[in-house]
Each structure stands twice: as structure tokens, then as C-alpha cells.
Design a protein. Structure first.
Length: 306
């Protein structure tokens, strides 16, 4: 008996990427802007477009692009998460054969320009490239939406109060203990909500961002000691979960951005360079290889045995 080999498409989605939009809302003389880049991805209840070339159920990616602009005009853009929910709900409710909608949003940061007296401008802004805000909404027909948010490219550095000591000392080790080192990283953060009914997405974003900076830097005058990147990640995640009960889990990626002290011992005819005195310390940047530390902290339900 000869077995017949069968094939089945087990996963599919299609949509539009790179839908860029600047939304301006005006309340009198005070204007507010949101610059977004949107990705829409739809999954249908059939795969006839792939298997037979029947396009009758396809919502064109151009139509998906236009939907982004139309809904922004009709309903405005409050937060990336809420706009993502609006889009996902629209696609699933309008087209009965759409079984899943995934919306990914990148929000490019802008800050109000301040005048010489420190007052924020009503309608003039400056780009703030320190980090990027992201959001994702996954809505499957018949299920509640799954909303996650995140931070990209948050680059931080401190010149002291960081160490890395007492790690495995085997035959492969050449790295010495570092009791006081420069600590620099580019933070990637993602968090998933367990309840979106009562959450203020803008406020939650600020709390997560501020928690990352607080645990990393500490008080302005004294700082805070970090025994490892791993420990800094855990303390950050714990603080976020304690402050925002609507967040279920927090994931962090923190690669080492290495700056090593430049070796001046080679300059024999300039002995003053090897002295601890002088005009400060000089470091050189090493791109690769680098350490990469990731972790996810999640809530765990405690079940009593009583």
C-alpha cells in the first residue's frame, strides 16, 4: 500500500507594513501630535487564495492601508494601544471571514519645544530619539484581545557603581573581576496586559520607562549599585509588576555596550599618560562580540494547600 502525502497550510497572514501617519489633534491653540508606523496582518478562515488563486475573500493590503487613515480621521489617535484595538476590532467585526487581526504599531517620540522661560510650546515640537514606543494587538474571533506594549532603543550609560565579580572561574575564563566598571546598554522592553479595561496606557508606559531608569541610575546624587545586569533586570521587572497590576509579565533585553579603557602603556615616551592623574579617563567602543542578557518576570498565582 502506497501512502499518499498530503499538504496543509497551518499558518498564514497577510497585510500592509510601513503605514506611516502623523495625526494632529487641536484643542484651541494647543495641538497634540502622534506619529505612528502601523503594520496590519489578517488571517482568513480559508486558504483558497493560496491554494487555488481565488482572491474573492482578500481585503487588499491597499484597503488595509486606507483603513488606517480613515479610522484615524474618524476617531482620532489617543494611544498606540487604543488605536491598535480600534483597528483590530474593525477588521474582525466588518469582515466575518477574518478570524484573526494582528496590529503592530511603532510610535515615534516627539516632545514640545520649551521657550527660554521653560514653557512648553503649543504647536512646535522636537524629535526625541532616545527611545521608541511600540504596541501590538492580537485579536482572534471569539476571544478577548491580547495587548502588549514595549520600548525600543532606550540607550543608557553610567560611569560607576556597576560590578561583575565572583563568576565561574574555570579553564576557559580570561576575564578578570570588575569591581567598578562602566555600565552601558540599549534596553528593549516588552510587557503584556492581563486587563485592559481600567489601564491608562500612557501612564503605564511612563511608569515602565521611569522604573527602568530609576533602577539603573538611582538617586541623582548617590546613584545605585548594580552587581549584575541580571539583577538590574529583575529589580526593574519586579517594580513594574508591583506598580501596575494590569501587567501580567515583563520581558527585558539588555546587551552589553562595551566601552573599555584605552591602553596607554604602549606610549613609553609619554609616562604621564599612564598616570592616574590627568584630564579624565579615555574609553574605546567595542561593538562585537558583546554579552546579551534577557529575562521575563511573570505573575504566579499562589494556591493554598489548606
Amino acid at each position: 500500500m502506497v501512502a499518499t502525502e498530503m499538504f496543509k497550510i497551518v499558518e498564514s497572514a497577510y497585510g500592509k507594513t510601513g503605514v506611516k501617519m502623523l495625526h494632529v489633534s487641536k484643542e484651541g491653540s494647543v495641538h497634540t501630535i502622534r506619529e505612528l508606523e502601523v503594520v496590519t496582518l489578517l488571517t482568513l478562515n480559508n486558504t483558497k487564495d493560496y491554494e487555488t488563486g481565488d482572491n474573492s475573500d482578500i481585503i487588499a493590503t491597499d484597503s488595509q492601508k486606507n483603513t488606517v487613515y480613515v479610522l484615524a480621521k474618524q476617531y482620532g489617535v489617543s494611544t498606540p494601544e487604543e488605536f491598535g484595538l480600534l483597528l483590530a476590532t474593525h477588521f474582525v467585526s466588518k469582515y466575518p471571514w477574518v478570524v484573526k487581526a494582528k496590529i503592530q504599531i511603532t510610535a515615534h517620540p516627539w516632545e514640545r519645544i520649551q521657550d527660554k522661560n521653560g514653557r512648553e510650546h503649543n504647536h512646535a515640537f522636537v524629535s526625541s530619539p532616545t527611545m521608541v514606543r511600540v504596541a501590538e494587538v492580537n485579536l482572534t474571533r471569539g476571544s478577548i484581545p491580547i495587548v502588549s506594549s514595549g520600548i525600543r532603543n532606550l540607550r543608557v550609560l553610567k560611569t560607576t557603581q556597576s560590578a561583575f565579580v565572583n563568576f565561574v572561574n574555570d579553564e576557559f575564563r580570561t576575564l578578570p573581576d570588575a569591581k567598578d566598571r562602566l555600565f552601558s546598554t540599549i534596553v528593549t522592553a516588552d510587557w503584556v496586559y492581563n486587563n485592559i479595561r481600567s489601564v491608562n496606557f500612557d501612564e503605564a508606559f511612563k511608569i515602565v520607562r521611569d522604573s527602568i531608569l530609576e533602577v539603573f541610575a538611582g538617586p541623582a546624587d548617590t546613584g545605585i549599585f548594580s552587581p549584575s545586569v541580571q539583577n538590574s533586570q529583575y529589580l526593574t521587572q519586579k517594580q513594574v509588576l508591583e506598580k501596575i497590576p494590569q501587567i501580567e509579565s515583563v520581558s527585558l533585553e539588555m546587551p552589553n555596550v562595551h566601552y573599555f579603557g584605552f591602553d596607554f602603556s604602549k606610549f613609553k615616551r609619554m609616562p604621564e599618560l599612564s598616570s592616574s592623574e590627568g584630564s579624565g579617563d579615555v574609553y574605546h567602543h567595542v561593538d562585537k562580540p558583546s554579552g546579551h542578557i534577557t529575562s521575563t518576570l511573570s505573575r504566579q498565582s499562589l494556591v493554598s494547600k489548606l
